[in-house]
Design a protein around this ligand. Sequence first.
Ligand code: ADP
Ligand code: MG
Length: 337
Amino acid sequence: MKKYVFGTVVLLAAALLFLRHRENGKRHELSFFAMDTPVTLTAYGPAAPRGLRDAEEAVRKIERELSVTMPTSAVARLNTGETLPAASAAGRAITAALELCAETDGAFDPTLYPALRAWGFTTGEYRVPSRDELTELLKQCGVRHLRREGGSLRLEAGAMIDLGGLGKGLASDVAAQALKDAGVESAVLNLGGNVRTLGARPGGGRWRIGVRAPEDGLLGVIETDEGAVVTSGNYERFFERDGVRYWHILDPKTGEPARSGVVSVTVCGPNGERCDALSTAYFVMGPQKAAAFWKERGSESFVMLTDNGDLFVCEDLAGRFTVDQERKNAKVTVIRR
Ligand code: ADP
Ligand code: MG
């Protein structure tokens, strides 16, 4: 009799352990549209359903604060002349953007909105502004137009802030934190090419993040531990006039789409906000300047595709990036320190 009781207890314990193990690895997914892009959040384990709801709310909250097109957002109100507390979430994001502008020698510039708007990139009413018009508009761009008065930020008339170059990366960090706070230990978040992982992949091993190729399909796969994998590409948002393609990443020096020979650049690092800003900055810099910047500053590593089909890969990433079969004949240059 005793033997049977013991056997049953062992069996029950094994069944419970099995169920718990299965529940820990159970995959939950939530998709929605926010920040002008499709968002897919995937989380594992019993805390996932609540964590995903919190993460969605966190993304929407960031959008409500940073959106340049929602008239009620903190950034939009700053852009119409209101003051903004520097310590608010939007104020802190702007301060981080200004620091990234200085760090990248102006390649990342959050004050380009007057020029960006003239191209119609935020409204979809695309047009090609004249050189004279852009030269005029560039006078309203530049961080010198942002004033800090005590604990407040204020813009001079005509100047406008746009955090489109780092907003999704920042939102991915905030969403990852919301999942962590809810007790989720493993998740992968994708906000329109801004990927952020949390914890380890269920079942062990590194996360494998597919990097989109410009013509659909994959450019390759990056293996990563917890962190961000952020891609900026000229195929994300663009229009064509008379056979010329114009895209949404502008060269702050000209106010025109940055023609540095880059098609896409993917940046890896611990922080989504920084990786997002740097993906935009590296795009503007082009392969040579970005490589020099990376060597000098020891900043976040990248994989860059140029318009002749060549790939540039920082040495730290070389062992973790596998180029897709379709491009196995591409010339790959490993950038070394
Ligand atoms: P995506 O939004 O497609 O992921 P990016 O992260 O590169 O791509 O951000 C592009 C957005 O950043 C543009 O839509 C615009 O809002 C803004 N932007 C464009 N050029 C610059 C620049 N040189 N510096 C900072 N922000 C920029
Ligand atoms: Mg960016």
